[in-house]
Design a protein around this ligand. Structure first.
Ligand SMILES: C[S@@+](CC[C@H](N)C(=O)[O-])C[C@H]1O[C@@H](n2cnc3c(N)ncnc32)[C@H](O)[C@@H]1O
Length: 298
């Protein structure tokens, strides 16, 4: 299964695509947080004169490898999103599914917009992705979740592979018997999963990178092998990695050259991946310090 990665503003690119192209569309647009999303890429090196103390009292020096960022302030956020959501609807196959990843600041406005575009009867779920990382404010309940809206084009005919979804442990395994306890249960619409830890194995260094396990759960449940997945706010390309590992093809779009460089590094060695609009030479990405974070194959 191959893929295409486009560089540029997604709206004209989407408008150039034929209707009913994708079986599954997942998008994770900027959340309109009002500040630039920036991730510093750091490396620590053992150094007697270093600035921090680590495991067993060893001294380390912090090296700045670079940073990636994209703007996240919109005067008219819904005005920006609306034509893109309209294109998503047009590009979805008749039995396709659409996931919109948001946070609590804008999700309710987007829900109303999507109800108008798809019809209320096509709304399937609001998935809460709950995590626990970073500072906790003491001025209100610390917000530690994202909201993922799921719509289908046809509520009577859509893909949902419940049996293929990874299972989670029962909260009280003693109450369900050993066989059920060993098998685990289907997750609900609340998903507990850590964020991608900065500097961890999965991290590409791209700001707002989403966990591969979240995307794999979405792709495995709402598409079939051989299907086409589309993510037109692709960032580090997590949707493409999930699709590739699960035997689906992918189309990714981003207007940030740093995102394309991260994706080039992530898809290095994967056959049949075409970059359109920018040649993000992989050696360039390595020299800028991007981690690969890609492993496994279909
Ligand atoms: C929240 S990030 C996506 C992160 C991604 N889900 C991941 O796992 O890495 C949003 C992305 O949308 C891109 N973006 C914002 N406006 C865009 C536009 N008009 N066209 C294409 N990409 C855009 C940004 O460059 C950024 O990479």
């Amino acid at each position: 299964m191959g893929g295409k990665v486009y560089f540029g503003d997604n709206l004209p690119i989407l408008r150039g695509m034929p209707s009913e192209t994708a079986d599954l569309i997942y998008i994770d647009p900027p959340f309109n947080t009002g500040r630039a999303q920036t991730r510093l890429r750091l490396k620590t090196v053992r150094d007697q004169d270093g600035d921090r103390t680590g495991f067993q009292g060893h001294r380390y020096r912090t090296q700045k490898l670079g940073q990636s960022s994209f703007g996240d302030t919109f005067e008219d956020y819904l005005g920006f999103l609306e034509p893109r959501l309209r294109e998503a609807y047009r590009l979805l196959k008749p039995n396709g599914s659409f996931f919109l990843h948001m946070d609590y600041r804008e999700v309710h406005y987007c829900k109303v917009l999507l109800d108008q575009l798809f019809g209320r009867e096509c709304f399937l779920n609001e998935i809460i992705w709950a995590y626990d990382y970073g500072a906790r404010t003491r001025k209100r309940w610390p917000p530690k979740h994202d909201n993922i809206l799921l719509y289908v084009k046809d509520p009577k005919r859509y893909t949902f592979n419940a049996d293929a979804v990874d299972r989670i442990p029962y909260m009280a395994p003693g109450l369900v018997g050993p066989e059920k306890a060993a098998r685990g249960k289907l997750p609900t619409d609340t998903w507990w999963h850590t964020i991608v830890p900065p500097g961890g194995k999965e991290s590409t260094g791209y700001a707002t990178q989403k966990p591969l396990a979240i995307l794999k759960r979405i792709v495995v449940a709402s598409s079939n092998p051989g299907d086409v997945t589309l993510d037109f706010f692709a960032g580090s390309g997590t949707t493409g990695v999930a699709a590739y590992q699960l035997g689906r093809s992918f189309i990714l779009i981003d207007n940030n050259d740093q995102a394309l460089q991260v994706m080039a590094k992530r898809f290095e060695g994967v056959p049949d991946v075409e970059f359109v609009g920018l040649d993000p030479t992989p050696c360039c990405a390595s020299s800028r310090g991007f981690a690969c974070g890609f492993s496994g194959s279909a």
